[in-house]
Design a binder for this molecule. Structure first.
Ligand code: PLP
Length: 354
């Protein structure tokens, strides 16, 4: 989609960055100086502006609140060892945002607003990007329906917004997960393959129940049979079984993760056998019984790699080998960090400098 709109820049007179230690702030709670806002009305994008981060004046009849036309992305910028800021594979998030927009009957965001606006925003707020080993600037682009009207229909007006916040480590420890077989996250023909806000709302109750039992997250299973694993929380799921990396293939119930693709690309490059296919709960626990379930982990932008130390199923916790004994995932975590920190060649051209 093309457009010819300029992005107006309203720089704030004095940055707030000195009020924080960007290398040590809680995830998602402290927002950087500026934000990008663009409006869609009368069939076109307009009024794109980078301005001070601020609250949104809003009607109680805002259609996004009632009918769920709300989608988002999650991506990160990193500061490398030379102090340069670069985004990790942003075009993947741009493409996925528009895939979500199409599925939710929303207008696609033009590249010059999404990418052009994002690069300008980060140039203004680069001081907010942490330099710590595991820190990054988390970027949240989102698109919401803004008609002020009650009545189920696709909105005629929308707002596209990008806000950013410094972020540290997502999980401080390996996670315990529970295989969920009562509730499901996504269904064939549904919206599990896109980042629709409702996917996350519906996941909170089963996750709360799992957390009350002492787990960090759930493993979602397929809605039809609950026999096959799909994702864990907001991460794609991977296993090393007998030296092979196995992950559920992407489908309309599984989000096509950027981290997933990056891990698979590097694993193949390293010569590891990789299988993208269905994985049954039965296969996982048979492998565990036979001592060949070497690793299980979630992959996603927030955590990069979350090591799974225990998998609960039907009242039994199945413990996995300690992280020190894992040959693949700690090495992969480090390899991704080295690319982001500019310590090794960026062979696949994943980093986009400002
Ligand atoms: C449901 C779901 N699965 C997987 C992922 C991982 O995707 P990515 O690696 O692009 O962050 C996310 C996070 O975006 C997610 O929300």
């Amino acid at each position: 989609m093309t457009s010819t709109i300029d992005i107006k820049i309203e720089k704030i007179p004095k940055s707030r960055v000195g009020d924080y230690d960007v290398n040590d702030v809680p995830f998602g709670k402290c927002f950087s100086d500026h934000m990008l806002v663009a409006e869609y009305a009368d069939g076109k994008w307009q009024n794109a502006c980078i301005t001070a981060y601020r609250d949104m004046p809003m009607s109680y009849a805002l259609s996004a609140l009632h009918y769920g036309q709300a989608i988002f992305e999650g991506m990160k910028a990193y500061k490398n060892d030379k102090g340069e800021v670069a985004l990790f594979r942003p075009l993947e998030n741009f493409g996925r945002m528009n895939k979500s927009a199409i599925r939710m009957a929303m207008p696609e965001v033009p590249e010059e607003i999404f990418m052009g606006g994002l690069l300008e925003l980060l140039r203004l707020d680069s001081a907010w990007v942490p330099s710590s080993e595991t820190g990054s600037l988390y970027i949240r682009p989102f698109l919401i329906a803004t008609d002020e009207a009650i009545g189920v229909k696709a909105s005629d007006t929308y707002k596209f917004i990008i806000i950013t916040c410094p972020a540290g480590k997502y999980y401080n420890e390996p996670i315990k997960v529970l295989i969920e077989t009562n509730y499901f996250r996504a269904v064939e023909g549904g919206v599990g393959f896109v980042k629709a806000a409702g996917n996350y709302g519906r996941s909170l109750f089963p996750t709360k129940l799992a957390q009350q039992k002492g787990y960090h997250q759930v493993i979602w299973t397929d809605a039809k049979t609950h026999d096959y694993v799909e994702e864990s929380g907001t991460m794609n799921l991977m296993f090393i079984i007998g030296g092979t990396l196995i992950t559920p293939s992407v489908s309309d119930t599984i989000l096509s993760g950027v981290t997933r693709d990056s891990v698979l690309t590097l694993a193949r490059e390293w010569g590891l056998k990789v299988e993208e296919r269905k994985i049954s709960i039965k296969e996982i626990f048979e492998a565990h019984k036979n001592g060949i379930l070497e690793e299980a982990f979630g992959v996603g932008t927030a955590a990069t790699i979350a090591h799974i130390i225990s998998i609960g199923y039907e009242g039994i916790d199945h413990d996995l080998p300690p992280i020190e004994k894992r040959a693949f995932s700690p090495k992969m975590d480090e390899a991704l960090r080295d690319i982001r920190k500019g310590r090794v060649e960026d062979k696949f051209h994943w980093m986009m400098k400002l």
